[in-house]
Design a protein around this ligand. Structure first.
Ligand code: HEC
Length: 249
């Protein structure tokens, strides 16, 4: 038997069955939650660059915008493509590419908008952007600049609170795990917090340089890795904690 002072902090095996049951339940629900979070990231970001899988380019476009397409062009290629003929689309795209000048608007663009778009985009539905006037069209014919500052502020604070809560709880559970190296155990508990910071800081910095899209991915991967290690070790040791107890001897 090792000395008592060495284990003054309880390991899983020292915990009452009620607390172990609570931990197992938390782990199961959070594990499923994490899988849904991964699916959500995929759903929201994959395909922005025109290819179906999730790529660094998708992340870059999401945060800093597409450098080549306007909202209008993206809509015409994507969800609005069935509203008009290819020829009509080309006329509008040409017009946007040539600077979207007002004098050509009347003769080239307005007739198409009136015939194909205004039945929905007349401004009467607040969820559909109005295309009634030249200035409305100019609004959607600007380069896509990615996530707005308002959205970033909202998502940042949700993630800062939410992830701190998740990794705080995970870390508390995992702190009962037996690991030979205290240093490694401490690192595994702290890494997600560094990753939260890296991840959120680089959402903002991706607006400045596309290279930070890599940091977003590194931050997210570190978080996922730390989550997996904490989850697996905790789950395994709670279920087989008698086994872990034998390590102590
Ligand atoms: C049958 C109704 C309907 C018609 C016709 C229609 N739209 Fe839309 N449009 C919508 C709806 C609904 C949305 C908002 C929901 C969405 O983004 O899918 C939308 C969204 C848009 C957006 C904004 C996309 C974004 O980035 O948020 C643009 C730009 C747009 N339409 C352009 C057009 C143009 C140009 C035409 C004519 C060629 C057109 N739409 C015809 C219903 C329509």
């Amino acid at each position: 038997m090792s000395s008592k002072t060495q284990h003054h902090y309880p390991l899983f095996n020292d915990l009452p069955i009620s607390l172990k049951a609570l931990y197992i339940n938390i782990l199961l629900v959070m594990g499923i939650g994490y899988i849904f979070a991964m699916i959500q990231i995929y759903e929201v970001h994959a395909g922005r660059d025109g290819k179906p899988t999730l790529s660094v380019e998708d992340i870059r476009i999401a945060y800093s915008g597409s450098k080549s397409d306007t909202r209008l062009e993206i809509a015409l290629k994507g969800p609005m493509s069935s509203m008009l003929s290819a020829q009509e689309r080309n006329i509008i795209v040409e017009w946007v590419r040539n600077g979207g000048k007002e004098e050509n608007y009347q003769s080239q663009v307005l007739p198409i908008i009136e015939a194909r778009c205004l039945m929905c985009h007349d401004g009467s539905n607040p969820h559909i952007p109005s295309l009634k006037n030249y200035s409305d069209i100019k609004n959607v014919a600007q380069l896509d600049t990615g996530v707005s500052i308002g959205t970033l502020v909202r998502v940042s604070h949700i993630h800062l609170f939410g992830l701190t809560f998740i990794f705080g709880l995970m870390g508390l559970i995992f702190s009962h795990a037996h690991m030979r190296s205290q240093l490694l155990k401490t690192a595994i508990i702290c890494i997600p917090f560094v990753a939260i910071f890296l991840d959120i800081a680089s959402w903002w910095l991706t607006k400045v340089s596309g290279l930070f899209a890599y940091v977003v991915i590194i931050g997210g991967s570190l978080m996922g890795l730390a989550f997996a290690v904490q989850w697996l070790l905790s789950f395994y040791q709670i279920i087989f904690s008698n086994r872990a107890a034998r390590f102590k001897q």
